[in-house]
Design a protein around this ligand. Structure first.
Ligand code: SAM
Length: 261
């Protein structure tokens, strides 16, 4: 199968997931409409309100826009990109209902990068994004090309060590891992779909960003996930879900902050 065939497999699954997720307690759209932020403690602490207020932000793989609109509520001028049309439709509806000024573009990340000319102050992406992309170098090039010189890149992502312990390759292979899976929200039963994902070890992500012209300012690893989205996680602190091996917590999330040279 070609990468474009895998993309359409994933797109079908994400189109279905967008509708299921929108109605889930996990995403809590009613709470969001009443003013809750969907941002987690990780990106909220590492990308400050001062850094985003009044800045233009590209949000790659924005799903149905809750994080994009949370940044918009903090004063960022956000453009969200996602290849799922139902997700983008929901994002636009929420944007209008909340009277915010975010823009949403329905496109896969690579096609967006081939045509887009706008340079942003910030590029943001988080939690469950790069595993859907076969080539991390092309992704890093899209990130770098979308930033103004001096612009900030920030990502928070699930740690690849967890997928390795769940049976996937730690190291990258051109052929994806293809599997049938339900989704991670509590209402996901009956929505199993075939999906294709690619491993990207931390070293490759960092090197791809450096090669694309991003100066790495900070890399962090976290012994918890802010989401209860994997089997076997245990919550010992509010909104911190960990996996223990003996008495040691697994790194479940990493983040990278950098600046376009
Ligand atoms: C886990 S979600 C995004 C996570 C986000 N933090 C959230 O929970 O709202 C992953 C998103 O990536 C999108 N996606 C997957 N592959 C993509 C691609 N090649 N181009 C653009 N979007 C893609 C999906 O449609 C989905 O909305």
């Amino acid at each position: 199968m070609s990468d474009s065939t895998y993309f359409s497999l994933n797109q079908q699954a994400w189109d279905e997931r967008a509708k299921v997720h929108f109605d889930s307690q996990f995403y809590d759209v009613p709470g969001f409409m009443q003013g809750n932020s969907s941002l987690t403690e990780i990106e909220s602490a590492e990308l400050s309100e001062i850094e985003v207020r009044g800045k233009s932000m590209l949000h790659l793989q924005c799903h149905f826009g809750l994080d994009s609109l949370s940044w918009a509520r903090l004063g960022a001028k956000v453009t969200g990109v996602d290849f799922s049309a139902p997700a983008i439709e929901k994002a636009r509806e929420l944007n209008q209902a909340l009277n915010l000024d975010a823009q949403f573009i329905c496109s896969d990340v690579y096609s967006y990068g081939e045509t887009a000319k706008t340079e942003f102050d910030l590029v943001f992406t988080s939690f469950g994004t790069i595993c859907w992309l076969p080539c991390i170098d092309t992704w890093a090039q899209v990130v770098a090309n979308s930033l103004k010189s001096g612009g900030i890149f920030y990502m928070a992502e699930f740690h690849p060590i967890r997928d390795f312990l769940a049976g996937e390759s730690y190291f990258h292979a051109p052929a994806p891992y293809v599997y049938d899976e339900g989704t991670y929200t509590e209402n996901g039963a009956g929505h199993e779909a075939s999906m294709a994902s690619w491993s990207h070890p931390l070293s490759r992500v960092i090197t791809a960003l450096i090669d694309a012209g991003i100066k790495i300012d900070k890399v962090s690893e976290f012994p918890f996930s802010p989401y209860d989205c994997f089997e076997g996680l245990e919550q010992r602190e509010p909104k911190r879900f960990s996996q223990w091996i003996g008495t040691h917590a697994l790194p479940l999330v990493y983040s990278i902050k950098g600046t376009k040279i």
